[in-house]
Design a protein around this ligand. Structure first.
Ligand code: NDP
Length: 528
């Protein structure tokens, strides 16, 4: 049985342990507050040059980084698995594959998405003016990710940030420093100019130093509690923040769903990454008339899962990533039991494999009143509750402080889509579960306590740029009618303008012209 390792900081070294066997995976140097500050200063200098590079040059580097990943795929997957305890298969399917897709997508499409845009300005357009919006990089972006998808989440954000012309300082989670280091090495091999991407290492204090360093944007992924601290600290510097926080995602299964498929989805959605995914299924609501049958299917499929070490190709469910997280799972299981729910399978640490392995657990008779149906578990638990009507299902799904993702299962697709629109979550899937963070083309982010701002998609790219409005007046000699030199004539003109602008009618603008002309003459006379 493996011993449990916590707080892996040794003197000035941050030691990364494999949680499944407590063996050291490697170590990195901890960055001091001064190191973080200096990294941000270097980043600011690098930004001056990087922001001027062409999209073609940025694309070339990102596409090269993609080649590096493809060439080192096995080693990268192994490092992720070793640091986190997840199966190598999941490092490949849920991290490496989707982020490679994201890389090629943003490499090829960022220029198009950030193309300057002419904006119609209504009646002012008829008065010789035009407006164009251009998108400028924000500057230095600080990225602070969680440990659960230590490769795909930060790397996706790095790619989007640098494609938009920003420079980046990334602080990986203290549990996954080597995966973070690897991201830096990939771009070094891809010839990304020095200091465009820097990695600083350490625990929460290093993250806090990064927030305090005056970067121009923080992209944070983690818990609600840390997210609130970050928002508070960032506010002191007026730094804007994207917060990708926790979830308590519901899966709603109607009687007409394909129960065979839905039960497999529930098992994968609840237990992949040992349930340590922000969009894991954390609450399962099943229509009462099929609940017994469905629960039986879920339990049978759960019992067939093979729990084991991440480097075993046949492992379905790996270890937990930390003792801290495992204790939360235990606490929630106890709370379920204490409030009358029934554990159908699992419910305890896996004694054969080691205490950091928690058995996939299915729980019956859960209700929303139970504490662990409201708090994020972030572990391998599938609590099942039942409902009778569509309205009740929607109410139960929405009865939460979170709103990251949700899923609705039914053979009636129009009903599925109708219900999806009534659930308050950043992404709602119909007959699909959990995986949409893997679609780099679509926005990712939460409602309510699941955070604000978006990553991925055009919406995510927009978080990494500032729109600049360029406004031009082609009439070189005429004064603006609203300038000084107010008079009764000015007041009459403004009233007429107010009526015309309120109508938005071009025909009315023509009627306004004599009044405007009178006002311009008045102003010109004043200037003589
Ligand atoms: P934490 O909030 O504990 O940590 C997240 C990151 O913040 C880590 O890098 C951490 O460093 C760092 N950090 C901790 N304290 C501070 C601080 N005061 N200032 C700046 N940075 C700090 O979350 P976890 O790593 O435990 O991740 C799990 C959480 O992440 C879950 O709630 C999960 O739902 C959420 N999550 C959300 C996702 C989303 O897209 N919405 C995706 C993935 C996870 P260190 O680890 O070194 O302490």
């Amino acid at each position: 049985m493996s011993a449990v390792v916590e707080v892996p900081v040794k003197e000035n070294d941050l030691v990364s342990y494999n949680p499944a066997n407590s063996k050291e995976v490697g170590r990195v140097k901890v960055s001091s507050e001064k190191d973080v500050q200096e990294a941000v200063e270097r980043s600011r200098k690098a930004f001056k040059i990087w922001q001027k590079t062409s999209f073609a040059e940025r694309k070339r580097i990102v596409m090269r980084a993609r080649e590096v990943i493809l060439a080192e795929m096995d080693e990268i997957a192994r490092t992720i698995s070793d640091e986190m305890g997840k199966p190598v298969a999941e490092a490949l399917s849920a991290e490496i594959t989707p982020v490679l897709d994201l890389m090629q997508y943003f490499a090829k499409n960022t220029e198009k998405m950030l193309r300057p845009e002419k904006r119609g300005i209504g009646l002012l357009g008829l008065m010789g003016r035009s407006s164009k919006i251009i998108y400028k990089p924000v500057g230095v972006v600080g990225i602070i990710p969680a440990w659960n998808f230590p490769f795909s989440i930060p790397l996706g954000e790095v790619v989007m940030a640098i494609m938009a012309g920003n420079t980046v300082v990334l602080k990986p989670s203290e549990l996954t420093p080597l995966t973070g280091k690897k991201i830096g090495e990939i771009f070094e091999i891809a010839n990304l100019p020095k200091d465009v991407l820097q990695i600083v290492q350490g625990a929460g204090e290093t993250g806090a130093a990064l927030v305090d360093s005056g970067v121009n944007k923080i992209m944070f992924t983690g818990s609600v509690a840390t997210g609130k601290k970050i928002a508070e600290n960032a506010a002191k510097h007026l730094t804007s923040v994207v917060l990708e926080l926790g979830g308590k995602d519901p899966m709603v299964v109607f009687a007409d769903a394909n129960l065979e498929k839905a039960s497999s989805a529930a098992v994968w959605g609840g237990f992949t990454n040992s349930g340590q995914a922000c969009s894991s299924v954390e609450r399962l609501y099943v229509e009462e008339k099929v609940a017994d049958k469905f629960t039986k299917m879920v339990v049978e499929k759960t019992k067939k899962l093979r729990q084991g070490f991440g480097n075993d190709a046949n492992t379905d469910v790996g270890s937990m990533s930390s003792e801290r997280q495992t204790k939360i799972v235990e606490d929630h299981i106890q709370a379920f039991k204490d409030s009358g729910a029934e554990i159908l399978t699992g419910g305890k640490r896996n004694e054969e494999l080691g205490e950091i392995f928690f058995e996939p657990t299915v729980i019956k008779n859960a209700t929303n009143k139970m504490r662990p149906m409201q708090e994020e578990t972030f572990g391998p638990t599938l609590p099942i509750a039942t409902f009778k009507t569509e309205d009740e299902a929607i109410e139960l799904a929405n009865d939460t402080d979170f709103g990251l993702t949700a899923s609705v299962w039914t053979s009636d697709l129009s009903r599925g889509k109708r219900i999806a629109e009534k659930i308050l979550a950043g992404t709602v899937n119909v007959n699909e579960v959990l995986y949409t963070h893997g679609i780099g083309q679509t926005p990712w982010g939460g409602f309510k306590d699941s955070g604000y701002g978006r990553t991925h998609g055009r919406e995510g790219l927009m978080e990494l740029v500032v729109p600049q409005h360029i406004h031009v007046n082609r009439f070189l000699f005429t004064p603006d009618v609203w300038w000084f030199g107010y008079s009764q004539n000015a007041i009459d003109t403004f009233k007429e303008m107010a009526r015309t602008f309120a109508s938005g009618s071009l025909v009315k603008t023509v009627g306004l012209l004599p009044q405007m002309w009178k006002r311009i003459k008045e102003l010109n006379k004043k200037d003589e």
